[in-house]
Design a protein around this ligand. Structure first.
Ligand code: HEM
Length: 445
């Protein structure tokens, strides 16, 4: 039975707000799978965890990444790891994954720390002057800076990196809107051209990325960053490395996949910590016990268990990737629903993580549900903020360490007083963001 959505659909189109959450009817949070109302192409939203695993593991090659999404990002990142499939993807994954090993993570940790040092200077000034900050903007800048420093050893304030950041904003805004319109109005596999200004922004971003890659490619260059690790990677079968264009594709992915996602999660984490004093007190108590008065170090990470559970719970109720879209390449059946070729299969961490059949007190924000004593409450494969199966996020460990370090350092240093906390609402654009900026004032502790 289709989930009734026509009214919400008209509202979303009318307001041009690009928020997909408004398209979700109430029973999207209750069914195993259901059709998502009216659109030119059929869209099945799938919650049932074993079907979610079957689709994301995709052993039979029926459910590749969705053509709408791959079309939207192709001018920016080509046929790179985030969107490719089959043998192309397998080769890329083999070559990219080692750059995110624990060894590289420890090196990345000091680059993350340096990015926070810079932000602390700006935040101290805001605290001293009483100026408001927008938590989203602070997080967006900080996580973009972390990506630039860990991937290219260049701070974001460096002119080229800042240009990449600005052009990415143009791309993201337009891509979210174009994607929503296509989702609703376009038939499957239709090739729809992007706006010229977006293509121009993509071209500029690629040129900038090239400028940052080139010093790494020069003979004798010795950077200890993610770009160098990806440049050094060789395909075990052919012995070949990535070409310059392929490097731009792959390194562009890290910027695309790795900064707004982390910024989204951190924005919610700071918002929740600021509005739940009892949880904030536990986080701070743990940091004091584990780190004392000294700096927060890489070796402290495994022992910040409450902070980790708090962040896990943020990713459950506010998963940055709201929807993980796939397309059916052949007629098939999912949870009793028959799909034609070209049907869109929408796996939504947003609905799955809030589904009352798979979570005890699904709507309650409760970091302690992640303690080992309560492991029995969990439903297998119902928690997928980083995806599932072979295409699980390659940067998941990186994102966990980055978030823990940023939260520990900033929550220890400042009180955040969020203004109009009651009016903060989630919206799904490219990531799950607050519908309006979350404004706050800061006080040094
Ligand atoms: C909280 C932060 C993050 C979240 C929630 C997140 C979430 C995800 C999800 C859900 C996927 C799977 C998408 C799909 O199956 O269609 C994914 C893939 C990916 N992510 Fe992340 N991500 C985060 C941070 C990062 C970071 C920091 C990086 C790199 C610096 C990164 C790089 C990637 C890449 C390269 C892929 C594609 C992997 C593949 O297809 O083999 N992500 N991410």
């Amino acid at each position: 039975m289709p989930l009734p959505a026509t009214l919400s659909l008209l509202r979303v189109l009318w307001r041009r707000e690009g928020d997909l959450l408004n398209l979700l009817p109430a029973n999207a949070y209750k069914v195993e799978a259901g059709w998502l109302g009216w659109s030119r192409r059929s869209i099945l939203i799938v919650n049932e965890p074993s079907e979610v695993r079957r689709i994301l593991a995709d052993a039979d090659g029926i459910f590749p990444k969705n053509d709408l999404m791959t079309g939207a990002v192709e001018p920016l990142i080509g046929d790179s790891i985030f969107v490719s499939s089959g043998e192309t993807w397998r080769r890329q994954r083999r070559m990219v994954a080692p750059a995110f090993s624990n060894l590289h993570l420890e090196t990345a940790f000091s680059a993350m720390d340096a990015a926070i040092d810079d932000r602390v200077i700006a935040l101290d000034k805001a605290a001293a002057s009483g100026a408001d900050i927008s938590i989203d903007l602070v997080m967006s800048w900080l996580t973009a800076d972390v990506i630039c420093r860990t991937v290219f050893s260049a701070p974001l304030a460096h002119g080229v990196a800042e240009d990449v950041y600005d052009d990415f904003k143009i791309f993201e805004r337009s891509a979210a809107h174009v994607e929503l319109k296509r989702l609703i109005l376009s038939p499957a596999f239709e090739d729809i051209p992007q706006h010229t200004h977006v293509l121009t922004a993509c071209k500029r971003i690629r040129e900038h990325l090239g400028t940052m890659v080139d010093p790494h490619l020069r003979a004798g260059a010795d950077f200890k960053d993610i770009a160098s690790a990806v440049i050094a990677a060789r395909d075990p079968e052919t012995g070949q490395g990535f070409t310059r264009e392929e490097l731009i594709d792959q390194l562009g992915v890290f910027f695309l996949a790795g900064h707004e996602t982390s910024a989204s999660a951190l924005t919610w984490a700071f918002f929740i910590a600021a509005t739940r004093p009892e949880m904030l007190a536990r986080i701070r108590g743990e940091i004091d016990t584990v780190c004392g008065d000294g700096p927060v170090g890489f070796n402290h990470m495994p022992r910040l268990t409450y902070l980790r559970n708090f962040f896990r719970e943020v990713l459950r109720l506010y998963p940055p990737i709201t929807f993980i879209p796939r397309v059916a390449l052949k007629p098939c059946e999912i949870a009793g629903h028959k799909l034609k070729r070209g049907a869109m299969v929408m796996i939504a961490p947003w609905t799955l993580h809030r589904h009352e059949s798979y979570w005890k007190d699904a709507q309650v924000f409760d970091p302690d549900r992640w303690t080992p004593e309560r492991a029995g409450e969990m439903t297998k494969d119902a928690y997928i903020p980083f995806g599932l199966g072979p295409r699980v996020c390659v940067g998941a460990a990186f994102a966990g360490v980055e978030a823990a370090l940023i939260l520990a350092r900033l929550l220890r240093r400042y009180d955040f007083d969020v203004h109009d906390a009651d009016t903060v609402r989630p919206a799904a654009r490219l990531t799950t963001r607050p519908s309006d900026p979350v404004r706050a004032s800061l006080k040094r502790r």
